[in-house]
Ligand binder design. Structure first.
Ligand code: AMP
Ligand code: MG
Length: 349
């Protein structure tokens, strides 16, 4: 299959390209498109065969459900058997935006889209190209991140092409995404609403709108002993090709531990990479040292995270040591992704 890459500079000027993309989705095909979080791989969410194609193209395990993207508030009700009042309050507060809401599904949503579950994950993205495409596609677009299963999520159209060229019909190139990590997922089918995946929208922000919110204990467990509730969070994920090891602790100790480990790996004949920050990079000795940004600017770090992991893939690195980023805000989402990318290998100093 030939994958057509179309640059979208402006939704009005490029309306024809978006119409073509919508027609592909309505006909059961696959189109990758930008959202404010990461690039998504879209198919008609109400068409079982189309949803199945997403799993095939990504090599995604079939029990890992897809998020349905909508462009009108009233469409949430059309997918749901029972809508709690918290769903309405959260959607009004955070949509369009990086929050995914899980509710009971109704019969119009095929099990292929929900990975066999009776619940459905729904989000309204905050990106003009995504919203225009969803409207052109009939209103319900299933879209997981547009990477091959297990690889870092794409934050540029080029990342999508690297993973899926020849497997999908079209990529809408809207440039670099704004946030850079996937949406926060909240499950409203639990007695106490539960965060299944941390993201830009934090627990504190959610609690201000709906009161008590828990965090699924499975998602931050560094020892893998607790099974996460979102099926997707149990797979090795977001991972670069090289082995990744995180080091956590006070800055000076982290720098010297990483230099010690790099030195050992170097003696073992390995090519070594380090992920540091603007504050620390000059102090590292390794084959490749990449700064992920200024430590205090977590939003910029989130935006660069997957790009940095993919850059190492192009440099033939065997092992990467990375600093840690754990704060109550978006640092928690960054750390969640890094821990998964590292297969939970974390050294505390
Ligand atoms: P992706 O869109 O690739 O970032 O993956 C979607 C994430 O949402 C995966 O981790 C899924 O397991 C999770 N998810 C989607 N639908 C549900 C659901 N109904 N229940 C629990 N988790 C879900
Ligand atoms: Mg994904």
């Amino acid at each position: 299959m030939d994958t057509k890459i179309e640059k979208i500079r402006n939704c009005l000027l490029d309306a024809e390209k978006i119409r073509t993309a919508g027609a592909i989705i309505r006909a059961g095909g696959l189109v990758a498109f930008p959202t404010e979080t990461v690039y998504g791989l879209g198919a008609d969410a109400l068409n079982a065969c189309a949803a199945r194609k997403i799993y095939e193209a990504k090599g995604r395990p079939s029990d890992n459900p897809l998020i349905v993207h909508i462009a009108r508030f009233s469409d949430l009700e059309r997918l749901s058997a029972a809508l709690p009042s918290s769903a309405k309050r959260l959607s009004e507060a955070f949509w369009p935006g990086p929050l995914t809401i899980i509710v009971q599904k109704n019969e119009i949503v095929p099990y292929e889209t929900t990975g066999g579950m009776d619940t459905v994950a729904v989000r309204m993205p905050n990106h003009p190209v995504a919203l225009a495409l969803i409207r052109e596609s009939g209103g319900f677009v299933a879209a997981p991140s547009a990477n091959s299963s297990g690889r870092p999520s794409p934050t540029l159209a080029g990342h999508v092409a690297d993973d899926l060229d020849g497997r999908i019909s079209m990529i809408l190139d809207g440039g670099q995404v704004g946030i850079g990590i996937e949406s926060t997922i909240i499950d409203l089918t639990e007695e106490i609403p539960t965060i299944l995946r941390p993201g830009y929208i934090t627990r504190e922000m959610l609690q201000e709108v709906i009161g008590e919110v828990r965090i699924d204990p499975g998602i931050l467990a560094s020892d893998c002993t607790k099974k996460p509730k979102a099926p997707g969070m149990k797979y090795k994920h977001y991972a670069p090709r090289a082995e990744l090891i995180l080091v956590e602790g006070e800055e000076e100790r982290v720098v010297s531990k990483i230099n010690e480990l790099s030195g050992q790996a170097f003696c073992d004949g390995k090519r070594v990479g380090v992920i540091g920050t603007d504050e620390t990079c000059a102090r590292y000795q390794a084959h490749v040292v990449i700064s992920i940004g200024v430590r205090s600017d977590e939003e910029a770090i989130a935006r660069r995270l997957y790009k940095v992991l993919r850059e190492f893939d192009e440099m033939d690195i065997d092992i990467i040591y990375s600093e840690s980023f754990a704060t109550p805000n978006i640092g928690q989402a960054i750390m969640n992704r890094l821990l998964k990318a590292a297969g939970y290998q974390l050294i505390r100093v």
